[in-house]
Each structure stands twice: as structure tokens, then as C-alpha cells.
Ligand binder design. Structure first.
Ligand code: ADP
Length: 370
């Protein structure tokens, strides 16, 4: 929908009828793809589905067997045209690919190559080293950096270029979960501030959940689903996509209080709407999305007396069974999708129109800043 309101000339990037052959095999076929200005487009999919191939093709680093790439409405096919794109983009690969030199040299290299004035280089490098928490490492040899520090260096190296479009291929791989989360949080904050048009590839659907405006699910070299983060995670087009992304309830709300790390989030159209309790470090007034996996939600026919702090009554609007599971959609004043075993659905006599209680623990809620 958003796509149709943007004219071709204002698109950041557009691919038309692209096919890519590698090792004699067609590994990518994309009839049409548009990257919108200022969006974070995340490409997810299993290994070998063609994510890296798509990223390299969109960045003009891999020549497609057929098709057209348009950068800001202009063709990017000839060397001269591609140079225009390459001058305005930055790429971050899975491996930090740092020069055997200092962090400072690495971060400023692109600017020096582009002939940017010394003072400007210093201003920008200082800013991005600071922003990624590595200012104290400026004089360090890159080879002595930890994995997380190296990744922060490669992100700073990309952002100093102030790119029109940023491409990243699995940039947070290989980190322990703590460093990974910290760097993702910082990166997310930077994207929110700079509104840099971004295409990011990952096999990790949690990264897509944390960062994406729109998500592409790639399977077997084709786009299986393209939609907003909410569409893809709440409404996967088929079971394979659902199995890959994991279905997720994503509900927008506003934090009304934080007491010792337990937050209340007001959701729903009415004000104050229903309150969902969650564990997070958000402050009152912050806009957030609360995410709840369907398997975290328990259904009961009468109000549960369990320890779950979040308990809502609702009406079943849809019930679909597949395999051993039933997917239950409930209207609690806000929509909830719940996954239960087919057997327990039968035991509870679940059917469309039935009144039901849904409950989940505050610790089962994942909070994302909006
Ligand atoms: P993903 O990034 O999703 O893991 P890739 O884009 O790396 O997928 O790979 C897509 C397909 O292209 C795979 O079948 C892979 O084996 C093949 N492929 C990737 N790189 C090459 C290459 N350099 N030569 C031949 N085939 C390749």
C-alpha cells in the first residue's frame, strides 16, 4: 500500500525482472522490488535462499543475468551509472573486513578516499566513534579488537560516509547474545535518528522483529512474502513462512508506568486502553510494541487463577487447525493469536464465537521501542 503512493523517481532503489545465475544455476528471480526512502527493509530466509545474492545484486556488486536496477529512478547498469550508486552507499559485511591498521584509520579511510577535508573527517569520525561506543579505541590496532568492537568499527566506518543507502549482510553474526543485543540496540537507535535507507540481510527473525519496517521472506530465490513487520509476523502467508518466522502478536501501546522494571503498557483504541504488564526498561510515555508469541498464551474457559498477571477475556473470531495444532484468533478489544494443541482445543470445546480467557506472564512479553 505504502509502495503505490511513492513515484518511481522518489524510490531509493528499484529492481525489475531481476534474475541471477551463480555456478550455472538460477539462484534468484525477483520480478519487482522497491526500496522506499528512509525505510529499514530486512531480508530474512533460510540458509541458501539467496539473501546475500539479493543484497549484492541490489548494491550493484553482482551483475544479474537479466533485469534492471534503478537507483533514485535512474538506471544503474553501466559502470558510470553504478559508480554513482557506489559513491552514495555503504556496505557492512558479516566479517568486519578491517584493514591491518588502527580503528581510526579504518573508520576514516572511506572519507580520505573521497577527498573529504581533514576537519570534516575528524568531526564525522569523532561523532560515529562516540556514537558506537568505541571512541576510546581509536588508536587501537584493529586486529586486537573483540568481535563486538570490530563490528562497531565497521558500523562506524559505514555511517561516517553518511550513505544514502546502507546494505548489511548478517552484520551481528558470531557475537554472544549480550554483545549482540547491545549492538543491535545501538544500531536501532542510530537508524531511528538518521533515518538511513537500509537493506539488511539476516537469517534471524528476531533481528527482523527488532529492526524492520518491512520484511522480505526469501525462499528458494523468490520472494515468498513482503510486508510490514506486523503483516509478516502476525499473518505469515503460509505454513513454511510461519514455521520460519514464528507467528507473533505485535500490539502497539504506550508505557504508563515503570516500577522496578515492571512496566504497564496501555494498548487498544480506547484511552486508557487495556493494560499489559511486561518486564522492560522503558520509561512512562514511551511508545512501544509489545510482542507475545502465541505459544506463550494460555487459554482457559473460566478466568484462570494462575500467577499470570496478564489475563483478558475475549471472543474467538477464527479457529484453524493444522497438524497437531490449532491457531485461535481472539478479539480481546485487541487481536490475539494463540497456538494450542488440537487436543486441548477439542477438550475446551473451542469454536468461533465462544467466550474465552487468555493469559500470559509479564516475562513472556517482549517489548520493542517504536
Ligand atoms: P543465503 O545468503 O540466503 O544463504 P546465498 O545468496 O549465499 O544464500 O546463496 C544462494 C544460492 O546461490 C545457494 O544455492 C548458493 O549455493 C549459491 N551460491 C552462492 N554463491 C555462489 C557462488 N559464488 N558460486 C556458485 N553458487 C553460489
Amino acid at each position: 500500500m505504502r509502495q503505490e503512493t511513492v513515484s518511481t523517481s522518489t524510490l531509493a532503489l528499484e529492481a525489475r525482472d531481476i534474475s541471477v545465475v551463480r555456478g550455472g544455476v538460477k539462484v534468484l528471480e525477483i520480478p519487482s522490488l522497491q526500496v522506499l526512502p528512509n525505510e529499514v527493509l530486512v531480508v530474512i530466509g533460510p540458509n541458501g535462499s539467496g539473501k546475500t545474492t539479493l543484497l549484492l545484486t541490489l548494491a550493484g556488486l553482482l551483475r544479474p543475468a537479466s533485469g534492471t536496477l534503478l537507483y533514485q529512478g535512474q538506471p544503474a547498469t553501466t559502470q558510470a551509472e553504478l559508480l554513482r550508486l557506489h559513491r552514495r552507499m555503504a556496505v557492512v559485511f558479516q566479517e568486519a573486513l578491517l584493514l591491518n591498521s588502527t580503528v581510526w584509520d579504518n573508520v576514516t579511510l572511506g572519507l580520505r578516499l573521497r577527498g573529504v577535508a581533514k576537519e570534516e573527517i575528524k568531526t564525522r569520525a569523532d561523532k560515529w566513534l562516540e556514537r558506537f561506543g568505541i571512541a576510546s579505541l581509536a588508536g587501537r590496532q584493529a586486529r586486537t579488537l573483540s568481535g563486538g568492537e570490530a563490528k562497531r568499527t565497521s558500523l562506524a566506518r559505514a555511517f561516517v560516509l553518511q550513505p544514502d543507502i546502507l546494505f548489511l549482510d548478517e552484520p551481528f553474526n558470531g557475537l554472544d547474545s549480550h554483545s549482540r543485543q547491545a549492538i543491535i540496540d545501538d544500531f536501532e537507535g542510530v537508524l531511528r535518528e538518521t533515518r538511513t535507507t537500509t537493506v539488511l540481510v539476516t537469517h534471524d527473525s528476531n533481528e527482523a522483529l527488532a529492526l524492520a519496517h518491512r520484511v522480505i521472506v526469501l525462499m528458494d530465490g523468490r520472494i515468498r512474502q513482503l510486508g510490514s513487520r506486523e503483516e509478516v509476523f502476525s499473518n505469515p502467508v503460509d505454513e513454511q513462512v510461519a514455521a520460519f518466522v514464528g507467528v507473533e502478536n505485535i500490539i502497539d501501546g504506550v508505557v504508563t508506568s515503570n516500577q522496578g522494571g515492571i512496566i504497564n503498557v496501555s494498548i487498544g483504541p480506547s484511552s486508557p486502553g487495556s493494560i499489559i504488564e511486561a518486564v522492560a526498561d522503558s520509561a512512562a510515555g514511551e511508545k512501544v510494541s509489545v510482542c507475545i508469541r502465541p505459544e506463550e498464551i494460555t487459554l482457559t474457559v473460566s478466568r484462570a487463577s494462575s500467577s499470570a498477571r496478564n489475563s483478558f477475556s475475549g471472543t474467538i473470531t477464527r479457529l484453524v487447525s493444522f497438524g497437531a495444532f490449532s491457531r485461535v484468533e481472539i478479539d480481546c478489544g485487541f487481536p490475539l493469536v494463540v497456538l494450542v494443541t488440537k487436543r486441548s482445543a477439542e477438550e475446551m470445546g473451542l469454536e468461533k464465537g465462544k467466550q474465552i480467557f487468555a493469559s500470559f506472564k509479564a516475562t513472556g512479553v517482549h517489548v520493542i521501542k517504536r
